[in-house]
Design a protein around this ligand. Structure first.
Ligand code: ADP
Ligand code: MG
Length: 207
């Protein structure tokens, strides 16, 4: 069970992880695109953390909506709107909730994926963050359905996300800046798939 307090902790832990990996993420982005992903995302999460004190006592929906809006306004490039939409869509599902059941968590994750697909006009297999999110979501749902606790299910989800990141090395980018280099993107892992995997790993760390 994740409550609002835990959600605030998750966002802080996520911000620390993204900050720790920002150079690596930027290097990944530099290999196939413009090399701004890690630096930009770290800036966005820093802005989220700066506002978290004002979020204490608020419901999960409000916290995520605020986080999403902050990402949209502080992160440049395509990942700001994409990450921001994911958080805002998840926040809409969790509106007025102070405690998030496993079922609501699944629904919020599903809405986040739908938000990225809608915003990015993208789908799985295009070498984007969706290639980590979608397999992670499926692993989560499958594990919960088999009776696992959220922590165990998230362990499976994170493992599936890392496998998704590996898969992005084998395919060509057809969305985002990396698509400009076509086949030369093959062999490189997608920065957005990598960063979203860190986000999921940060959730797991707090469970
Ligand atoms: P930009 O490409 O504008 O420089 P970033 O470098 O911050 O933005 O983010 C790049 C990441 O965004 C990619 O690695 C990919 O995972 C993700 N991305 C880009 N375009 C899309 C899209 N249309 N749908 C989903 N994810 C996308
Ligand atoms: Mg970039």
């Amino acid at each position: 069970m994740i409550d609002s307090k835990k959600l605030i902790e998750i966002l802080k832990v996520t911000a620390e992880k993204i900050d720790a990996e920002k150079e690596y993420l930027t290097k990944l982005d530099n290999d196939i695109a413009d090399g701004d992903h890690g630096i930009n995302l770290a800036k966005g999460y820093k802005a989220i953390v700066a506002k978290l004190d004002t979020m204490e006592g608020k419901d999960a929906g409000a916290i995520l909506k605020n986080a999403g809006m902050t990402l949209v306004s502080t992160v440049g490039g395509s990942s700001g709107p994409l990450y921001g939409t994911a958080y805002m869509k998840a926040g809409a599902v969790l509106k007025d909730m102070h405690e998030i059941s496993n079922q609501d968590f699944v629904k919020a994750f599903e809405a986040a994926i739908a938000g990225v697909k809608m915003r990015g006009k993208s789908s799985e297999g295009e070498k984007t963050m969706l290639d980590a999110m979608c397999p992670a979501y499926r692993a989560l749902v499958e594990s919960l359905a088999s009776g696992a606790e959220l922590k165990e299910a998230m362990e499976k989800a994170v493992k599936a996300a890392y496998e998704g990141v590996e898969y992005t090395k084998t395919i060509r980018a057809t969305k985002g800046r990396a698509s400009y280099i076509g086949d030369r993107s093959i062999g490189h892992q997608d920065p957005g798939a990598t960063s979203i995997t860190y986000v999921l790993e940060s959730v797991l760390k707090c469970l």
